[in-house]
Ligand binder design. Structure first.
Ligand code: WQD
Length: 336
């Protein structure tokens, strides 16, 4: 049984990926420093799969702790989620973002090099494209100067991985996520934003739950069908399954290059108002909102061209926006 390390495995996308890994028969080891997750997610994962993942509370910024972990644990592959991910916060604290997102990545790659651990899946983001010139966005779209230190850590992270793979004969795949949303069908795991949600969907569900007074829609003067910005909202379970497909590609040595990257989205764009309408339909909740000014750094539109990922990974999304929003609402209700 292959043993896979999932860093950040108690986080939103990480926990859903752990469940899918276990469903596929992998043995899972989680490293998480609990800076943006809760330990009870470990029990929730176990309730879903009836297999408790091995868990190490560890900070990947501490090089000696990372080395010590690998001294005692033989790993066949790594899926690396652990990183800070708040765009706005990264502008205020760039050095902490580089220390955490880049420092821990380098320590992991050094261990892979030193111990001949071959297979690495990296959590990247469509943020690397900025506002793409053409839509839908393909993997050939140019990488534009990052709009935030967070986005830069994803761009630089990919570069570091590519160079490490070339220099040390490692194999890696970066998955460039669009906008992950929703919750597992069991409603035992989902998105747990700490503090005031920065992302749209948790703010929507908290508003519907009465935790927030109303949703502020950041701008309705974009050049889109209804003036609000467009994104590609992908169900987190579909996204988790893309990680399994990418890992299996490396384990089966089917990768065409030692560093590959794929856009992972639904291929469909939805505006903020589309999301509001869909949410009101699936939840039967009226969503109070107001239109305010644009948010700094936001782009008009982003949605994926999924032809490469579906061809090379034999993967495509199975769940709709309505299903994703329905699961997000059910998850929110379970938190009350
Ligand atoms: C979506 C849309 C907002 C909140 C970022 C990162 C990306 C990934 C996901 C980490 C935009 C609008 C939002 C609100 C709103 N991060 N909005 N009112 O900015 O597309 O992507 O988060 O993995 O890398 O770039 O996601 O959910 O913040 O915003 O109107 O209260 O909703 O303007 O159009 P975003 P988001």
């Amino acid at each position: 049984m292959k043993k896979i390390l999932v860093t950040g495995g108690l986080g939103f996308i990480g926990s859903h990926t752990v469940v899918e890994l276990q469903n596929e028969g992998f043995e899972v080891v989680i490293i998480d420093n609990l800076s943006n997750s809760k330990i009870d997610v470990l029990n929730s994962i176990t309730e879903i799969t009836h297999k408790k993942p091995d868990f190490h509370q560890l900070d990947l910024r501490v090089k000696s702790d990372v080395k010590n972990f690998f001294d005692h644990t033989k790993i066949d592959g790594i899926i690396h989620f652990a990183a800070f991910k708040a765009v706005g916060e990264s502008v205020e604290k760039p050095l902490e973002y580089y220390e955490n997102n880049i420092g821990s990545l380098v320590y992991l790659l050094q261990e892979m090099r030193d111990r001949n651990i071959d297979n690495f899946i990296f959590s990247s983001s469509c943020t690397v494209y900025g506002q793409a010139d053409e839509l839908p966005i393909t993997e050939n779209a140019p990488i534009k100067p990052a709009e935030s230190p967070y986005g830069n850590t994803k761009q630089v992270g990919e570069e570091i991985i590519k160079e490490a793979c070339n220099a040390h004969n490692l194999n890696a795949i970066a998955l460039r996520y669009f906008n992950p949303i929703g919750a597992h069908d069991s409603i035992k795991i989902g998105e747990l934003p700490l503090g005031v949600p920065q992302n749209l969907i948790p703010f929507v569900t908290q508003t519907a739950a009465g935790i927030r007074k109303e949703l502020s829609i950041f701008g309705d003067d974009y050049p889109t069908h209804d003036g609000t910005a467009i994104r590609d909202y992908i169900h987190v379970v579909d996204l988790a399954k893309a990680h399994i497909a990418a890992l299996q590609r490396l384990l089966d040595k089917k990768n065409a290059n030692n560093f590959e990257f794929f856009n992972v989205g639904t291929g469909k764009g939805s505006s903020v108002l589309d999301v509001v309408k869909s949410f009101e339909k699936v939840s039967s909740q009226k969503l109070p909102y107001k239109i305010v000014g644009r948010r700094a750094g936001d782009i008009t539109a982003a949605y994926a061209d999924t032809s490469l990922v579906s061809k090379e990974l034999n993967w495509k999304t199975e769940k709709t926006l309505d299903e994703a929003l329905d699961s997000a609402w059910k998850w929110q209700e379970s938190q009350l």
